[in-house]
Design a protein around this ligand. Structure first.
Ligand code: SF4
Length: 175
């Protein structure tokens, strides 16, 4: 069984900074997620909760328009909107997510875009103004560094296509 690491908030868990889940925008996406859940494919993880953050919690952003890769390289920090430096916890959450992915042999991940942890096509720019820029979050940077392909929720159809043609799945079916 090919498994998919998925952001817990996308899987319906109310773990976002605001105490809510992040539902898929389209019913078709919800249906795909429900099918994967029924098939036992989903490995849910919230890097921030795993690292010890409470829910709800102050929103946090990678500072100065930098990226998750910059954070892993100790070239950028993450602060919440009170000014607290939460960089170490975000890195710990990313490491937890990677450990889960490796333990469950996940080659793909479906993560919530825009998050300083899970964002893959954009994140917020660090000014807490609502502005975003194209970059990845810390968890995404660490997963990609370890060969795991990350998809945003807007790319769920692309992930579905990848899984449909996955040779591991096909081989196991034919055994
Ligand atoms: Fe969702 Fe990821 Fe944020 Fe957790 S860290 S609430 S899984 S986007």
């Amino acid at each position: 069984m090919l498994k998919i690491l998925v952001s817990a908030c996308l899987a319906g868990h109310p773990v976002r900074y605001n105490g809510k889940a992040k539902s898929a925008k389209e019913a078709a996406h919800e249906a795909v997620l429900a099918r994967w859940r029924d098939e036992g494919r989903l490995v849910t993880v919230c890097p921030e909760v795993a690292a010890g953050f409470p829910t709800p919690r102050p929103p946090a952003e990678i500072q100065l328009r930098r990226s998750g890769a910059d954070v892993l390289a100790a070239e950028a920090t993450i602060k919440d909107n009170t000014g607290a430096d939460v960089t170490a916890l975000f890195i710990a959450g990313a490491q937890h997510a990677l450990e889960r992915a490796l333990a469950e042999n996940c080659r793909f991940a479906l993560l919530a875009d825009g998050s300083p942890s899970c964002g893959s096509s954009f994140i917020h720019d660090g000014a807490f103004s609502g502005s975003t820029h194209p970059a990845t979050g810390v968890t995404v940077a660490l997963l990609q560094r370890n060969g795991i392909r990350v998809f945003a929720e807007s790319q769920i159809a692309e992930l579905e296509a990848e899984i449909a043609h996955d040779p591991v799945r096909s081989n196991r079916r034919s055994v």
